[in-house]
Ligand binder design. Structure first.
Ligand SMILES: Cc1cc2nc3c(=O)[nH]c(=O)nc-3n(C[C@H](O)[C@H](O)[C@H](O)COP(=O)(O)O)c2cc1C
Length: 204
């Protein structure tokens, strides 16, 4: 018997599925942070994609419970648990701090468990050199949560040099094209995993 590889994603994605809710996580909580400018650029790019609802989870706007109450896979329900649960895909917009991603993002991840499971994520990282260490550290952590990370993730070197007078991030066109490709990959995985979560049990 021969096995044929489908030529395009329509073979996998259920065309009747409802719009994918994409949570864009703005990971920096620092005063004077550049993160919202980059998250806005991601949102604007996503807004041109059909079949997508967007929820921006800005970590500076939420308060997670005290870490003394944390235990594996649970804890008191956080104020964003339902929003993470409702999302079918994530874009983590994160700076690089000391060769990794910030503690604020690790806390968001650790305070949730089933809400992340079997969902896809893409990463837009930035830093002096481009934030690639943050990307690689985050990939390993997301795999532990049974998440799939897109192969294409973006590293932006010194994006603060590309802000306009209104603090909008205005990169070259090729950078936005790279983002679109990673979002297309994310959408593909969102379709596949939404169907899989509904149809197939996952080994515990
Ligand atoms: C505590 C701290 C550590 C940093 N470490 C790194 C680093 O390891 N690599 C890097 O490329 N940039 C590093 N930076 C520079 C940040 O990437 C840069 O300040 C960026 O603007 C931070 O994002 P934010 O403004 O959204 O918080 C560091 C910044 C801070 C505040």
């Amino acid at each position: 018997m021969t096995t044929q590889t489908p030529q395009n994603s329509e073979h996998f994605v259920n065309p009747t599925r409802s719009p994918t809710r994409v949570a864009v996580v703005c990971a920096s909580v620092r005063d004077g942070r550049v993160c919202p400018s980059i998250a806005d650029w991601v949102v604007t790019t996503l807004e041109h994609t059909s079949g997508v609802e967007i929820d921006v989870i800005d970590l500076a706007q939420i308060t997670l419970p005290d870490d003394s109450q944390l235990y594996p896979g649970g804890g008191p329900e956080s104020e964003v648990a339902a929003r993470i649960d409702a999302a079918g895909a994530f874009v983590f917009v994160t700076p690089e701090y000391n060769h990794s991603y910030p503690a604020s993002l690790k806390r968001l991840i650790d305070w949730h468990y089933s809400e992340w499971k079997l969902k896809p994520a893409s990463i837009v990282a930035y830093g002096v050199q481009g934030g690639y260490s943050a990307i690689e550290h985050l990939r390993g952590v997301l795999a532990e949560l049974n998440m799939v990370t897109t192969r294409r993730c973006l590293g932006l070197p010194a994006p603060w040099l590309s802000l306009d007078d209104a603090d909008r991030y205005v990169p070259g066109e090729s950078v936005t094209e790279r983002l679109k490709l990673s979002l297309a990959e994310l959408d593909w995985w969102a379709g596949v995993l939404t169907d899989a979560r509904a149809d197939r049990s996952f080994p515990n």
